[in-house]
Design a protein around this ligand. Structure first.
Ligand code: D5M
Ligand code: ZN
Ligand code: FE
Length: 426
């Protein structure tokens, strides 16, 4: 491993990896108030910069000072601001009022329900996301009547890097140690990776695999939810990792494996999470690279953003039409906001680091998430969104909330053309 001035970590070789962005070893958070301010400043400045190219926004402070010129039609002139959403309300008539904040002040903006398209978009806006709005300010200077609302989103012409080759296998939520861990299916998957399938095409496919990426919840952990012991086969978290390491030693050495943690893993719960500790890494073979959550990683010219996906629980709960059955739809909502966990202080506990590691910039070619145990593949403006399923059958908790997991199905991405094949091992 080597590292450069930018702090990138390079792992050279036939299947090279460069870790571009990862909290591991860089956490600055000690939980002081000033750090929250710094964190939100970084979020605002980076997301507003993405929007700034598309509208001519002015500081919120300037809205309060000036009196607005009357346009020819008697209405006042249109102006734009970019702000973080600090409050979402509905009026008694069913219109939406958002409070927007920038570093200079805050302002209320009204989205009327008479404009269907605009109102539909406004109904999907989340607390703490950064948006741009255009509209006119009312006579009393206290409210903007919005005519246009934009999210940071992705340009239509975003170019995808090409020229790579071979395949990357994307998995998550293995949950080793759980009594619901589907060991037989998992062993079949390992046999496939080893090139021991019965069919020639499967053996050829296995030979083309260069990378295996794990997006969190490698083990089931302990004490993650009440009464978890009732559903554990291995009651010691270190023994769970030793078992996992045993499995990973079966994977052929030429496959580079990248492991990122999730909420069941033995690292801090607050995100961004650092890589698994050295004491756990030591059991695993040399072909494995441990990264944090989230992490932006370059696989020989293809950038993949790995995020366990805890915020998907929030997005499903708060955006109409986003569901556990189509988890890639939740990831698409992240991309529109250019942020992996838009709402602060919900189910995702965010550690206020100096840099906001959840901002999606630069744009990757692939975003890989997990957590919700369902499989989803979508494409959005040349970005491939993959939520990998799980190796854990339905738990008691999931039964109660009617969550149907999609276990033992494996998306394999062709790094040359981004074609995705899904293999089943159940
Ligand atoms: O989470 C798998 C999915 O199940 C994810 O959508 C959260 C949900 N889940 C699982 N256990 C709980 C509890 N105890 N409370 C709320 N939501 C839960 P995973 O983190 O992979 O187990
Ligand atoms: Zn899981
Ligand atoms: Fe999880």
């Amino acid at each position: 491993m080597g590292s450069t001035d930018e702090g990138y970590r390079h792992y050279p070789g036939k299947n090279p990896v460069t870790v571009i962005s990862d909290i591991t070893g860089h956490s600055t958070c000690i939980g002081e108030y000033v750090q929250f301010v710094q964190y939100f400043r970084d979020r605002y400045s980076r997301l507003s910069e993405i929007i700034r190219g598309r509208i001519n926004a002015r500081p919120i402070e300037s809205l309060k000072r000036r009196s607005f010129r009357r346009g020819r039609d008697g209405g006042s002139e249109e102006i734009s601001i970019i702000g973080m959403v600090s409050d979402v309300n509905s009026t008694t008539n069913g219109h939406k009022i958002l409070s927007l904040e920038d570093p200079t002040g805050s302002f209320s903006v009204l989205i009327r329900n008479t404009d269907n398209e605009l109102f539909e978009l406004a109904s999907r806006i989340l607390l703490d996301e950064v948006i741009g709005v255009t509209g006119s300010v009312t006579n009393d200077g206290n409210l903007m009547l919005v005519t246009k609302l934009i999210q940071p989103d992705v340009p239509n012409n975003v170019q995808r890097r090409t020229g790579s080759h071979g395949k990357a296998v994307l998995i998550s939520d293995v949950h080793v140690g759980s009594s619901q861990f589907m060991e037989d299916a998992w062993l079949d998957f390992l046999d496939f990776l080893k090139g021991e399938s019965d069919s020639e095409p499967m053996r050829e496919l296995a030979a083309s695999i260069r990378y295996l990426v794990v997006a969190g919840d490698l083990v089931d952990g302990i004490g993650i939810y009440p009464d978890q012991e009732m559903e554990l086969d291995i009651l010691d978290v270190y023994a769970q990792y030793r078992k996992a390491a045993e499995y990973f030693r079966e994977i052929p050495e030429h496959i580079r494996v990248i492991i990122s943690p999730g909420n069941h893993d033995a690292v801090r719960q607050a995100e961004p999470q650092p890589a698994l500790p050295e004491s756990i890494q030591a059991d695993f073979p040399q072909n494995i690279i441990f990264v944090g959550n989230p992490a932006l990683v370059d696989l020989d010219g293809v950038r993949i953003l790995i995020y366990h996906g805890r915020s998907i629980d929030d997005l499903v709960a708060s955006i109409p039409g986003v569901s556990y059955q189509e988890p890639a739809g939740a990831v698409l909502e992240m991309v529109k906001r250019r942020h992996l966990a838009p709402t602060y202080g919900s189910r995702v506990s965010i550690s206020p680091e100096k840099k906001d590691y959840f901002v999606i910039d630069p744009l990757p070619e692939i975003i890989h998430t997990g957590h919700v145990h369902t499989l989803g593949v979508q494409r959005y403006k040349n970005i491939l969104l993959v939520n990998s399923g799980t190796w854990q059958a339905q738990t008691e908790f999931q039964k109660r909330v009617n969550l149907m997991p999609v276990p033992a199905r494996v998306p394999i991405v062709d790094l040359a053309d981004f074609d995705v094949k899904i293999l089943g091992f159940d």
